[in-house]
Design a protein around this ligand. Structure first.
Ligand code: ZN
Length: 158
């Protein structure tokens, strides 16, 4: 399970001025839906979210104020992490990604969208807002650079 505290990563204090009511509402919903998913995966898939070596909890990347997002390698400029609507879970063996890919009906029921696992080696990106393409599993760069080739991705989390 993850908590709002895990999700903020201390940035609710450090970036207090950027933390709006909207972001807070989104973050609560993100944490709630991710926890429903994790509960479901534990109950029916026998999988537990692992704790990240740097964060000490399952969140690899939570809220990102715009300034931080700009520094994250391979983060799209308008990432929903900025508005508190996306969460990366530590997923070193991509077990969560694999589970999600074969249970898209569960994601749909919970109101979650998944960044395609080919872009998230080592973590699992979930968001509570539909991507521009509308697909449950999406290419994060499609709307940004429709004709560009894939950038290099690294398993960094933050
Ligand atoms: Zn993400």
């Amino acid at each position: 399970m993850i908590t709002l505290e895990h999700y903020w990563m201390g940035r609710d204090v450090e970036y207090r001025d950027e933390l709006t009511d909207e972001i807070e509402r989104n973050a609560r919903l993100t944490v709630e839906r991710v926890n429903l998913l994790l509960r479901h995966i534990a109950a029916y898939g026998g999988l537990r979210a692992e704790h990240g070596p740097t964060t000490g909890n399952p969140v690899a990347s939570g809220w990102r104020p715009a300034e931080i997002n700009a520094r994250v390698p391979a983060a799209v400029p308008d990432s929903p992490h900025i508005i508190g609507a996306a969460c990366d879970l530590y997923d070193p063996r991509n077990a969560l990604d694999d589970w999600c890919m074969s249970h898209l009906d569960v994601l749909e029921r919970l109101g979650l969208w998944l960044e395609h696992p080919s872009y998230t080696n080592g973590w699992c990106h979930l968001q509570i807002v539909a991507p521009p393409c509308g697909n449950r599993v999406f290419d994060p760069w499609q709307a940004v650079r429709p004709h560009a080739t894939k950038p290099e991705y690294r398993a960094t989390g933050e």
